[in-house]
Design a binder for this molecule. Sequence first.
Ligand code: AMP
Ligand code: MN
Ligand code: MN
Length: 328
Amino acid sequence: MTTSSDAVSVERAVAQALRAARSVVVCAHVNPDGDAVGAVLALTLALREAGVNVVPTLADAHDAPATYRFLEGFDLYRPCAELDAPDVFVALDTPTWARLGDAETLARSAGAVVVVDHHSDDACFGSLNLVDSAAASTASIVWRLLPVLGVAPTPAIAAACYVALMTDTGRFSYSNTTPRALRDAADMIEVGVDARSLYSKVYESRTAPALALLGRVLSRITIANNGRVVYSWIAANDLAETGALAEETENVVDIVRQTGRVDAVVIFKEEGGTTKVSLRAKCPTLDVGAIARSFGGGGHVAAAGATVDLPLQDAIATVLRVLPGGAA
Ligand code: AMP
Ligand code: MN
Ligand code: MN
């Protein structure tokens, strides 16, 4: 258990390490979501304000998700293969080495690794670990680090944090929508965030191909396990046939979770011979993080994921068995 005075001293140590570093690389987990991009860009912009030499990078070789291209600092992303070992590597929103994907090698070659995260199962693999599972998003922790870094929040830093907070709280609807999360959001708006505009950029900018993909997913919605589970799937050829981008599948699970009277929501994504599983709990006593971990994945109590080494139909049968109302 970390006491708040411990947390303050870790914040100070992190700020000191970052300010003293001659080079910093900032990275988040593979398949970056809004928090992964927002937290990375917020810390990058803040360190630039502080005069620190900093580069944001991506955990996988793919491009950064175009969904968040509008955020300031997005053009600063550099592929990790092009980067030299930095003094400090910051892993944001990333609970394990493995979730750093291609960037793990660069992280291991760094002088020091700093972990900043809100996953309750974070392995604390850094030499400094600023981990707060009560934080609604990793960017919330970055936001609170600003005064410790001696950086005044700018509208661009606030926008990156706001997008992270909005997406990780499911548009301020999940159980992590705490007073603290809403106070932080209010502070960000006071600094100059345009909440309406950012909402529209993230949630009202779907392309026609992405909507065509969503149509396929909605048409496959299946209620299983005696009414306790809703699931659907994205087949390997759906992206090519609709023209949707991989990152445009990120919010599909949010729409499927609109289904009433179920305890769990699952999206299965066929990826070659393996299947990516996205799990969401609607019932507060269901821990989908534990279920994801039993398949070698991870995540939070109410939102988790895993990649199962099975073809689509086998993955569906196997995962349904361990969900509420399943045979197991
Ligand atoms: P997703 O379903 O991909 O939106 O992910 C939901 C949550 O689960 C996020 O916190 C992810 O970081 C986490 N997660 C997803 N896939 C994995 C995985 N293969 N291993 C560990 N954590 C994961
Ligand atoms: Mn994330
Ligand atoms: Mn997060």
